[in-house]
Design a protein around this ligand. Structure first.
Ligand SMILES: Cc1cc2nc3c(=O)[nH]c(=O)nc-3n(C[C@H](O)[C@H](O)[C@H](O)COP(=O)(O)OP(=O)(O)OC[C@H]3O[C@@H](n4cnc5c(N)ncnc54)[C@H](O)[C@@H]3O)c2cc1C
Length: 476
């Protein structure tokens, strides 16, 4: 049976950055490293959704699975702040250290081909003015530096990383699912994969959101300490490009956080795509939702963004994953297997949307494989109230958002589910030799922080195995 020093489950940003950090001079030739991914190499990933407008329920799902992970077929926005895409600053207890890691992650992306010139820096005076306006509206505007890879570039960047790893003898086992991990007699681990069994002295679990349920099962079986994580649930909003321009002209992907009047819940903008397209996302078979993307070279006349309510559940139902899934299930059922689409005007009038009414909207939906319907039937009352109150407030910053023409797609659910308890410096779990990183472990919510936690996990593994983990740019 093959035996490795390090087995990494998942080749998303977390897994890839862990592998990159273990491909440096110190570890090279001394560690045998394998990375498993259920999906295909980056260059062979193509989501037929964009071509046919229908989800063919590919197995594996190209949008979420494969080398590069969930962000590979996306706009590839790298948020250059540690408190966006996760809470790396809180995790590490140091803003400076966290920011340093994020900058390092960005340099690695640029080294592998992310466009060096597509760095968006908010204009300081306009940004300060927007912060003032936001305070007056009872909202918080967070200015962020961002790098925009563009959907057509992200795949190439990932492919470059994969080639680099392969040249350094790191094995990328694609189309290979790790079904189960067990602790073996010698203090290491045995991984039962779809292509056989392997042994590994250490394991980094980085399966992303598509593998969150799998990770929860492994954590339960291996007695890994966890805590309940939050859930983000809401809608994707689509408006004319000009409506969001006051915000998107300052920051490509603006973050606005609002605490709502009725429930004092947190609702926020997330993953804004100026001139972008709404896409269907299949959470799992039979559960569909939405997401968004932008291209560096192709633009629509709209801007879309997620508008999400953060929900934290307490005893007796702590499993936010299950709650989120039941919301997605209800929405999918109501939409006949497709996401729901409604005009804000119809929602406020208490009636469903129809194609006829949608066509009267000044906003032409960029996602057509939807069912015009009534999202009030699918989302909990509290979530809907939060969204409506939040949108009304957002209108102060982006006048026109609170318009009857505004389109709402549902559901958009971000399952962070359970959070694995880790040593923040090494990402080691309560089981010695077992590490966790990225979205699936509830440690990140974006490419930037997922990659940083992968790097930290590599440092933890390296320390255990007596080598050094160094990212390619640190060696130059
Ligand atoms: C459409 C879309 C657009 C996005 N756009 C952005 C963006 O612009 N900017 C941003 O910061 N974030 C974006 N995100 C979020 C971002 O992609 C994720 O936060 C990030 O990819 C998480 O990285 P990860 O490595 O933790 O997990 P993932 O990227 O999800 O990768 C996990 C990998 O593990 C594999 N896997 C899972 N289970 C197993 C198993 N048992 N065995 C083997 N392999 C397994 C999966 O196939 C997958 O490839 C987007 C997400 C989506 C879906």
């Amino acid at each position: 049976m093959a035996s490795y020093d390090v087995a990494i489950v998942g080749a998303g940003p977390a897994g890839l950055f862990a592998a990159l950090a273990l491909s440096g001079e110190s570890a090279r030739g001394r560690l045998r490293v394998i990375v498993f991914d259920s999906g295909l190499p980056a260059s062979r990933r193509a989501c037929p959704l964009r071509v046919t407008g229908k989800c063919a329920y590919c197995k594996p799902c190209h949008l979420l699975q494969g080398v590069g992970g969930a962000g590979t077929l996306s706009s590839g926005i790298i948020n250059l702040r540690p408190d966006v895409g996760g809470d790396l600053d809180k995790l590490l207890g140091s803003w400076e250290e966290a920011q340093h890691l994020i900058d390092l992650v960005d340099r690695v992306f640029v080294k592998f081909g992310a466009p060096a010139d597509r760095l968006f820096e908010p204009d300081p005076s306009r940004s300060a003015e927007m912060e003032r306006r936001a305070v007056k509206a009872g909202a918080k505007f967070i200015p962020i530096r961002q790098r925009h890879m563009g959907t057509e570039n992200a795949q190439r960047v990932i492919e470059n990383m994969a080639l680099y790893l392969e040249k350094r003898n790191i094995r990328l086992a694609t189309l290979t699912t790790v079904r189960r991990i067990s602790i073996s007699g010698n203090g290491g681990f045995r991984l039962y994969t779809s292509r056989g069994e392997v042994d590994a002295a250490t394991v980094i679990m980085a399966p992303g959101r598509s593998g969150a349920k799998w990770l929860a099962e492994q954590a339960r079986a291996l007695n890994v300490a966890t805590e309940p994580g939050p859930l983000d649930v809401g809608v994707r909003i689509e408006v004319p490009y000009t409506v969001m321009e006051p915000l998107t002209s300052i920051v490509w992907d603006p973050k606005v956080i609002i605490h709502t009047k009725t429930y004092d819940d947190r609702v926020r903008t997330f993953c804004t795509n100026p001139g972008g397209f709404v896409v269907e996302e299949v959470y799992e078979k039979g559960l569909v939702g939405v997401n968004g993307e932008t291209f560096a070279s192709r633009r629509s006349r709209n801007t879309n963004f997620a508008f999400l309510v953060t929900i934290k559940l307490t005893d007796p139902l702590e499993d936010a994953l299950d709650y989120g899934r039941s919301i997605a299930r209800m929405a999918t059922k109501l939409g006949g297997g497709r996401p729901l689409l409604q005009r804000l005007g119809d929602l406020l009038s208490g009636r469903r949307s129809t194609w006829d009414r949608i066509q009267r909207s000044v906003v032409e939906p960029t996602l057509k494989s939807v069912t015009p319907g009534d999202i009030a039937m699918a989302l909990p009352h509290r979530v809907l109230t939060d969204i409506l109150e939040g949108l009304e407030r957002l209108d102060y910053l982006a006048p026109g958002v609170w318009s009857k023409h505004t389109l709402l797609y549902a559901p958009e659910v971000k399952y962070y589910s359970l959070r694995v308890k880790v040593d923040p410096k090494t990402m080691e779990t309560s089981v010695p030799g077992l590490y966790a990183a990225g979205d699936g472990a509830g440690l990140s919510r974006g490419i930037n922080v997922a990659a940083a936690t992968g790097y930290l996990a590599a440092r933890g593994v390296a320390e255990r195995l007596g080598v050094e983990a160094v990212l390619p740019v640190e060696e130059e």
